[in-house]
Design a protein around this ligand. Structure first.
Ligand SMILES: NC(=O)C1=CN([C@@H]2O[C@H](COP(=O)(O)OP(=O)(O)OC[C@H]3O[C@@H](n4cnc5c(N)ncnc54)[C@H](OP(=O)(O)O)[C@@H]3O)[C@@H](O)[C@H]2O)C=CC1
Ligand SMILES: O=C(O)CCC(=O)C(=O)O
Length: 440
């Protein structure tokens, strides 16, 4: 049985605040969210009936910059979960050293049961309800579980009806609308870089290790492909429909083809079906949860056999499980570092869009005078969009710098990687908060 997500996240925050010796009033102020939004979203369904959904956006903190975080569509979305995820974003952006605060949103729904047009209507109604509380310099949504680049395109379009063309109001959007190359793969790629960095600390590498992955959506499938490319052997994998295993290693490119052709994971020909309850306790070197929160808890933690856990999902491990795993000597790489690749590349996307918009505006003014040079300058706008290699190289630099800073915190405070990451993030937010002050 998993702990309440908010209780678990706040417990980790409080431990970090004590380790840092934070003033108790500052601690309280950092914990309370800046704003919690709850909206009712009623849409006509394709069959003509009405359906009502509840949408949330929790804006946790903006001391370091505009609030930032994904939008989740999932039946288990609830206010505490969104609150916890928003808080995690605040510490995550600080650990990654990108100039953002933290937010998260979601709608309680089953996206797989809604048609494309129902999803579009729901996204548009949700955006109408929150449009005056988000914005390029206030709160910038992105995809999370159950949402994708198309969802961001609808949000961008709906928001722009109220505020004029605003491509930087969301990230993780399609390339044709100003999205960044590499954003789709970024979280999984960051997971791969983080795994490489952690294993190297222990004299190991991806190529000599066995992996078990839970979740085969955006994060899980990219992590699997990139780990496979680097010679990692993925011996078991699962999603909501079931789990499969193959001792010799699952052929990930063949599985991707099977999945892209519409096949279910459990029907993949060159692996055997296994009990999903066994997935997280399957024997392996590295376990990578890439789905829901709270999946590692006091009930299954004693049976975990992995030596390393890479938290690609948000808050997959309860604090109670953390204690059990620590006693067993399992090394856990925390979510606020391990899955930060997504928000890091979101930042690259946001900067590129803002830079190109600024350039276009200046160009309009200049072109009145320099009309002859207009075409030449227009070509240069392309220079603001980074190629994929540059995105990936920059991502690797941010990931390895964050890892070095986390290790330094672990050393100076004599704590584990989770507390190293939390103290790093909380300290940066606390410093920004104190510098800005509270004068009304
Ligand atoms: N997308 C991003 O950029 C980021 C995502 N994350 C986190 O990573 C995790 C995954 O997100 P993402 O990949 O985007 O989401 P997706 O919706 O793309 O994929 C989710 C995956 O989890 C599977 N899943 C859902 N429920 C269960 C379950 N009960 N047991 C096993 N598998 C399950 C889904 O299966 P099925 O497809 O069959 O439904 C799917 O394979 C989340 O915790 C998210 O917050 C963190 C940072 C950034
Ligand atoms: O890319 C982003 O802005 C946010 C990604 C996200 O929701 C997360 O890191 O959990």
């Amino acid at each position: 049985m998993a702990m309440n997500a908010l209780a678990a996240t706040s417990r980790n925050f409080r431990r970090a605040a004590r380790l840092l010796g934070l003033d108790s009033k500052l601690e309280k102020s950092l914990l309370i969210p800046f704003r919690e939004i709850k909206v009712e979203c009623t849409i006509p369904m394709d069959d003509g009936t009405l359906a009502s959904f509840v949408g949330f956006r929790v804006q946790h903190d903006n001391a370091r910059g505009p609030m930032k975080g994904g939008i989740r569509y999932h039946p288990e979305v609830d206010p505490d979960e969104v609150n916890a995820l928003a808080q995690l974003m605040t510490w995550k952006t600080a650990v990654a050293a990108v100039p953002y605060g933290g937010a998260k949103g979601g709608i309680g729904c089953s996206p797989g049961e809604l048609s494309r047009s129902e999803l579009e209507r729901l996204t548009r109604v949700f955006t109408q309800k929150i449009h005056d509380l988000i914005g390029t310099h206030t709160d910038v949504p992105a995809p999370d579980m159950g949402t994708n680049a198309q969802t961001m395109a609808w949000m961008l379009d709906e928001y722009s009806k109220f505020h004029g063309h605003s491509p930087a109001v969301v990230t993780g959007k399609p390339i044709d609308l100003g999205g960044s190359l590499g954003r789709d793969a970024a979280t999984g790629r960051g997971v791969m870089y983080a795994t490489e960095a952690l294993l190297a600390e222990y004299g190991k590498s991806i190529s000599g290790s066995t992996f078990v992955i839970q979740g085969f959506g955006n994060v899980g499938s990219w992590a699997a492909q990139l780990i496979h490319e680097r010679g990692g052997k993925i011996i078991a994998l699962g999603d909501v429909t079931g789990s499969i295993r193959n001792k010799a290693g699952i052929d990930i490119p063949a599985l991707m083809k099977h999945r892209n052709d519409g096949g279910a994971l459990k029907d993949f020909h060159s692996a055997e079906v296994m009990d999903s309850a066994e997935l997280l306790v399957h024997d392996c070197d590295v376990l990578v949860p890439c789905a829901l929160g709270g999946v590692l808890n006091k009930d299954n933690a004693p049976d975990v056999k992995a030596k390393f856990i890479i938290e690609a999902a948000n808050h997959p491990t309860d604090p109670e499980a953390d204690e059990i795993l620590a006693k067993k000597g399992v090394i856990v790489l925390p979510d606020i570092y391990a899955n930060s690749g997504g928000v890091i590349v979101s930042y690259f996307e946001w900067v590129q869009v803002i830079a190109s918009m600024f350039f276009t505006t200046s160009l309009h003014i200049c072109s009145l005078v320099l009309i002859r040079h207009h075409r030449l300058i227009v070509q240069n706008i392309q220079g603001f969009m980074w190629d994929e290699e540059k995105v990936n190289n920059e991502l690797e630099k941010y990931m390895s710098s964050a890892f070095r800073h986390i290790k330094a915190m672990c050393k100076s405070l004599d704590c584990d990687l989770r507390m190293g990451a939390f103290t790093l993030g909380v300290n940066r937010v606390a410093r920004a908060t104190l510098l800005r002050g509270w004068e009304a």
